[in-house]
Design a protein around this ligand. Structure first.
Ligand SMILES: NC(=O)c1ccc[n+]([C@@H]2O[C@H](COP(=O)([O-])OP(=O)(O)OC[C@H]3O[C@@H](n4cnc5c(N)ncnc54)[C@H](OP(=O)(O)O)[C@@H]3O)[C@@H](O)[C@H]2O)c1
Length: 229
């Protein structure tokens, strides 16, 4: 049994990941921000990662892995973006991850085979219109992950999962009706959008011992969207 921290276990991919880890008998510490949780099997704690004084005293002494799941999809024509849009997105997606990893690092270093999993997006490998805000943050995450993988080896592995459009509350506006869902499915070589479980399985692999010799990688879980034409 390993001990994992899932930041953002109350929705979407983080929720699916926490459930998969619990089903395999692991100890899971999960956080929620705006949707209070009490589902059994997970040790729940409230956490707003934007809070500079966030209290991490709930962290276990030893952690075998952490997944940082908060994210955003702000799509806008570049001409309508404001510097504040980029700053706010970066604060949640990148600075939030920095805060979480720094808080968890002492516990991760005690593990012997610890793993950090971050989330990027298909919109880093491929360019899509209106994606400048999210692609800037996610590109930063990929770069930071490689740097951290080098700096923290061999004690801590650091990898990234890069999903394409996945059916979670975060994507609910994009997938708001059957027509939109079908159109988005059609854009993917595998002819469907992702399910939270598709992405969670990849994150679970990168968190666990099965990936013990994998670090500094970006795993594209995107229905073929990033690589195929
Ligand atoms: N869904 C997609 O299409 C898609 C595509 C590419 C990449 N991704 C990436 O995959 C990751 C997971 O996305 P998702 O779709 O599962 O998102 P989601 O359904 O919105 O879930 C995000 C989780 O993060 C938590 N969270 C949000 N803001 C927070 C804050 N300020 N402090 C602490 N926790 C916070 C949420 O908690 P509460 O719900 O309690 O507020 C929730 O548990 C993100 O990095 C996202 O960018 C998703």
């Amino acid at each position: 049994m390993s001990t994992f921290l899932v930041i953002g276990a109350s929705s979407g991919i983080g929720q699916a990941l926490a459930q998969q880890l619990v089903a395999e008998g692991h100890r899971v510490v999960g956080t929620w921000n705006s949707h209070a949780q009490s589902v059994g099997g997970i040790e729940w704690h409230p956490l707003n990662i934007l809070d500079e004084q966030a209290d991490f005293s709930f962290l276990p002494e030893t952690l075998d892995g952490i997944a940082y799941c908060p994210g955003a999809i702000q799509l806008k024509p570049f001409g309508r973006t404001k510097p504040e849009d980029f700053r706010a997105d970066y604060e949640l997606q990148v600075i939030g991850a920095v805060r979480a990893i720094q808080a968890a690092l002492p516990a991760l270093k005690k593990s012997g085979n610890a793993s950090v999993v971050l989330f990027s997006s298909v919109a880093v490998q491929s360019g899509f219109g209106f994606h400048s805000i999210v692609s800037a943050s996610k590109g930063a995450i990929e770069g930071m992950a490689r740097a951290l993988a080098a700096e923290l080896a061999p004690a801590v592995r650091v990898n990234v999962v890069a999903p394409s459009l996945t059916d979670t509350p975060l994507a609910s506006q994009i997938l708001s009706n059957d027509e939109r869902r079908a159109a988005n499915a059609q854009k993917h070589p595998l002819r469907r959008v992702g399910e939270a479980a598709d992405i969670a399985s990849a994150a679970k692999y990168l968190l666990g011992k099965e990936s013990a010799w994998v670090t500094g990688q970006v795993l594209h879980v995107d229905g073929g969207m990033g690589a195929l034409r």
